[in-house]
Design a protein around this ligand. Sequence first.
Ligand SMILES: O=C(COP(=O)(O)O)[C@@H](O)[C@H](O)[C@H](O)[C@H](O)COP(=O)(O)O
Ligand SMILES: [Mn+2]
Ligand SMILES: [Mn+2]
Length: 345
Amino acid sequence: MDNTISLEIIEVVEQAAIASAKWMGKGEKNTADEVAVEAMRDRMNKIHMRGRIVIGEGERDDAPMLYIGEEVGICTQPNASEFCTIEELQEIDIAVDPCEGTNLVAYGQNGSMAVLAISEKGGLFAAPDFYMNKLAAPAVAAGHVDIRNTPTQNLKILSECMDRAIEELVVVVMDRPRHDGLIAEIRQAGARVRLISDGDVSAAISCAFAGTNIHALMGIGAAPEGVISAAALRCVGGHFQGQLIYDPAIVKTGLIGESKESNIARLQSMGITDPDKVYNANELASGENVLFAACGITSGTLMEGVRFFGGGARTESLIISSQSKTVRFVDTIHMNNNPRTISLN
Ligand SMILES: O=C(COP(=O)(O)O)[C@@H](O)[C@H](O)[C@H](O)[C@H](O)COP(=O)(O)O
Ligand SMILES: [Mn+2]
Ligand SMILES: [Mn+2]
């Protein structure tokens, strides 16, 4: 995978974040999402690469852009061999969430970002539009905690690995009725719970960075977001496990409205023969090279959100590459309309 893609991909997430941030606080989640999708796709199609979307917009709805299977990049054109190098012609798989946390943007809340992950063809698990039970933790606990343990057991292991009391641990959990029992157990074990309304990708990745005051993510979120989180955690050695949830009774939202049996059949038709399999980060992002990029839309624990000033904007992005073994925080000033002042505030 061409290492120079990582430089271009920064602009992909930046452009999506800027477009979406213009709709911050306007109460229109669909628009905040649509503009991010369009901006991400436009910028992606200017890159010399041969990409295919494996996680994208709406598997079940007829999403017009960045849909699963869509080809992106200049080198997808039929005569690409005339103007693309052999390296650029290598097929790559891309997982995108142009606006992760659409509600957060619409209501001006923290933790939304434009995000994507890239790997060689077949290097990212093409997660179905299902729910996923997730466990994320810092690198020091990788392989020690296990999603098959009880939350209490995992908190004990985490406290030993991190050499701190359970009371000093903060666990992020999505604020959903399906997590009532989980939240009660975490509190009972002595740890503190940070409830989030949306945005579990940011929470999962935050576990890998000391100083965020987030030490674990537990509970059920969306499966595609699980793969994107796993890609980042795989690159930095953090812990991530995910297990697909196919029983509507567990999720309690009705969004996977079919019966348990029909969901199992749907998974089987996708080649997932063991619906209970526990996937780790290396299985969800198995490619030799994995690249992760995110840009804050609204501010979060990892990045500042987009800040506009007269004629321009300032963004903060996070680019993680397994190939170059780098974690880059990129602070960018975008000078769109000849700003008279370049503001650092
Ligand atoms: O918050 C989320 C929504 O993502 P998006 O649609 O891109 O704005 C994700 O971080 C969650 O992982 C997930 O989608 C959510 O938990 C599943 O939805 P829900 O049925 O509301 O729990
Ligand atoms: Mn999302
Ligand atoms: Mn989204």
